[in-house]
Structure formats: C-alpha cells, structure tokens
Design a protein around this ligand. Structure first.
Ligand SMILES: Cc1ncc(COP(=O)(O)O)c(C=O)c1O
Length: 392
C-alpha cells in the first residue's frame, strides 16, 4: 500500500468529540427552534477598539508586509515581559524566557513534540482540555490521568499518583482557572507542584488561558509567582480570552529558558513568526490600559450571578464558578453527561457540552459557557430548571 498512505500518527489523533455536538445542534437550529448555545468556548464579544485600531495601523506599515523576525518582534516579547512584571510581579528575560505563539493551542501541542518520545509518559488532568491529548498522541507518548474531583476543589491529589508513574512521567499539564471545572489554583498548590516536579524531575506546563478571569475580586495566581517555578516549567498565556482575540491566534510561552529555546527551535522549522501587524496589536493589548479586561471580568461575573442565581432560585443548588467563563453542572442521577446534554437539547433547546468530552471523570457533569447575554442566560436557566424539576 502506498498511494497516499497516511503516516501512522494520523490514525493516533484523538477524535474531535465536539464536532459531533455541533452537528446535532445545527439540526435543531435548521428546524427553527430557539436554541441557546452554551456548549462552546468562543468569546462572544468583540476585541476592544484600541486593539483593532492598532491592527489597522500595523496593516498600513509596509515593514510588516515582509517576513517577521523568526522568533517574533522584540517589542512583543518585551510587552509580554512587562505584562508579567506588572500583573504578577514576575521578572522575565524577554529574549530568553518568552516565546511568541500562534495561540496557546499551538504551544501546548508543540511542547509535547519537544519533550516526548514514543512511549514516554505525560500527566494530564481528567477532565482536561483535549489539546493536551493531541500533542501527546502526535508524539506517540502515553497519558496518565490525574482526576480532578469536587471534593479536592478540582485540584489533582498528587498523593494518589503511583510512585512508578511519577518516576517515569516527563511532562505534566495543569490549567487554572480550569476548563472545564472552573476550579482555581492556590499558591500552596503550585508550591506543592514545584516540589513534586523537582523531586521527580517532571517538566510542568501550566496553561493559563483563563488567567484574567477570576471572580469576587480574586485574581488568578500565575504558576510563575511561586518560587522555583521557572526551574521546573513554563506557563502558556493567550490573548484569546483576556482580550476577546480568539480569532487572531496570538499567545506566548514564558518561563524556563531551556524549554523556551526548545519551543523556539521547533517553531523555526514550522513558521516564520506571526504577521507583524498582529504582533503590533498584541503588544498594544498588553501595554495599554487594562480597563477593558476589568470590564470583561465584570461582565462574566454578572452573567455568572444571573445564571447560577436563577438556577438556585428555581431550586437547583449548584456551585458558582470561581474563575474561567464556564459553569460545571452536575448531571442528575440516571444520566450520563451525553444523555443529559441530549435531554437538555431536546426538551429545553439549550446546548451544554457533555463533560465526558474532557475525560472519564467529566462524565458526571456538563459544561455551560457564560458566553451570551444575561437575558439569554436567565432564559436558559429557567428552561434547564424546568427539565431538572421534571426529572425530580
Ligand atoms: C484550557 C484552554 N487552553 C488553551 C486554549 C487555547 O486557546 P488559544 O489557542 O485560542 O490560545 C483554550 C481555548 O479554548 C482553553 O480552553
């Protein structure tokens, strides 16, 4: 067999679970139902004007019509370093400890290619963001899961990991504020992580995609704020959620110099860096007033209060998220996450993401995104609560 025979790696890529959901939803929309879609993670609001203006300005600059410097413009790496200093008190060398990325997703997948060989072990949270699996599968490596349970505030319990797994594991993915559980990390937890990583020589990758979104005045903690974090790992930051820039594909990895060099080296062979105008606008986002971020967090918090408040008023006493823009709702007795999501779609015309799409431990939950207006969220809460009452 030769004609267009695919490389083995293609067969190892995990199924895109949520593609199935999109198909089901479109069937209901096509039939004319008033569907409220809380199933996706795509920020619903536009990028702030000053960032769009910076992109336009950049597009008019002929210097940006040429290839960008291989590892990104220095002004963007400096902006990332200044952002970390200002927001988290973390000092970074912009040339050695910052790598410019085509969005967080790219960095997450690349990291596994940089550090995992076939058969190596990587630790992933369960439930967790499926792109960790993609990179691990591409590298031909194996996953060991760390359950994120409600009784442990959705933090992994390192004591439950087997000694031989810890001995062998090369890489660990963490993500707080967490998608999908909406749990947040504490400094103590990150300190424990650094200790574990040092003891077992594990490279830690903290995915800080929802780093800007913490509720009740509590700013999420950066992994790099903890002593020794830079010795054991990196953090991946994206502009997608903080500035509603998901379509722009821009983020950066920060932290351990050796790891940053590896990511840059791999990227030297895939890309010439991002369009200069995007880098110019990204630097503007990081450097200029952060009022737009405060407003965004306020909007999500109001939505959270409206949605969770209404579910509670209707007699369903669910937990409110502490960070991210997701609510992690427990599935009633007798349902799996998929059957419950199907039931909500059918009876309430509300779309939620079945938790099993994020891993086995997610099967007791569905994820609802706060990515529509308060009004629609209240309507969704009323419809969901009605279904819950009927289930009894
Ligand atoms: C947990 C988590 N990590 C990373 C990403 C990737 O974001 P991007 O590739 O847009 O930077 C997302 C996006 O939904 C996410 O939810």
């Amino acid at each position: 067999m030769k004609r267009f025979e695919q490389a083995e790696v293609m067969g190892k890529l995990p199924e895109q679970f949520f593609a199935k959901l999109v198909k089901k939803v479109s069937q209901y929309v096509e039939q004319g139902y008033d569907v409220i879609n809380l199933g996706q993670g795509n920020p619903d609001q536009p990028t702030p004007n000053h960032i769009v203006d910076a992109l336009k300005e950049g597009a008019d600059n002929p210097a940006y019509h040429k290839y960008s410097p291989f590892r990104g413009h220095s002004f963007l790496k400096q902006a990332a370093a200044d952002f970390y200093k200002r927001e988290y008190g973390v000092t970074l060398d912009p040339e050695k400890e910052v790598a410019v990325l085509f969005g967080g997703k790219t960095g997450l997948v690349e990291l596994s290619q940089c550090y995992l060989n076939s058969g190596d072990i990587a630790l992933v949270p369960d439930p967790g963001y499926p792109d960790y699996w993609s990179g691990i599968a591409m590298a031909g490596a194996k996953m060991e899961t760390m359950p994120l349970l409600a009784e442990n505030a959705f933090l992994p319990d390192y004591d439950r990991l087997e000694e031989n797994v810890l001995q062998e594991a090369k890489l660990m993915f963490l993500n707080y504020p967490n998608n999908p559980t909406a749990g947040v990390a504490t400094k103590d937890f990150f300190e424990e992580t650094v200790e574990l990583a040092k003891k077992h020589d594990i490279l830690v990758c903290h995915d800080f995609a929802y780093g800007a979104i913490g509720f009740e005045g509590k700013k999420p903690v950066s992994f790099l704020e903890v002593d020794g974090a830079k010795e054991v790992g990196i953090e991946i930051y994206t502009l997608s959620k903080t500035y509603n820039m998901a379509g722009w594909r821009v983020g950066f990895a920060v932290g351990n110099e050796q790891v940053i060099e590896s990511i840059n080296l791999l990227q030297d062979h895939f890309y010439v860096s991002l369009f200069g105008a995007v880098q110019h606008a990204a630097a503007a986002a990081l450097n200029e007033s952060q009022e737009c971020v405060d407003e965004l967090v306020e909007t999500y918090e109001k939505r959270r209060n409206a949605f969770i408040g209404r579910l509670r008023e209707n007699g369903w006493n669910v937990d409110a998220p502490k960070g991210s823009f997701f609510c992690w709702l427990p599935v009633p007795e007798g349902y799996t996450s998929e059957t419950f999501a199907d039931h909500l779609l059918e009876k309430a015309h509300v779309v939620v993401a079945p938790g099993v799409g994020f891993g086995k431990e997610g099967d007791k939950y569905v994820r609802a995104g706060l990515l529509t207006s308060e009004e629609r969220l209240i309507e969704a809460a009323d419809r969901i609560a009605k279904v819950i009452k009927k289930i009894g």
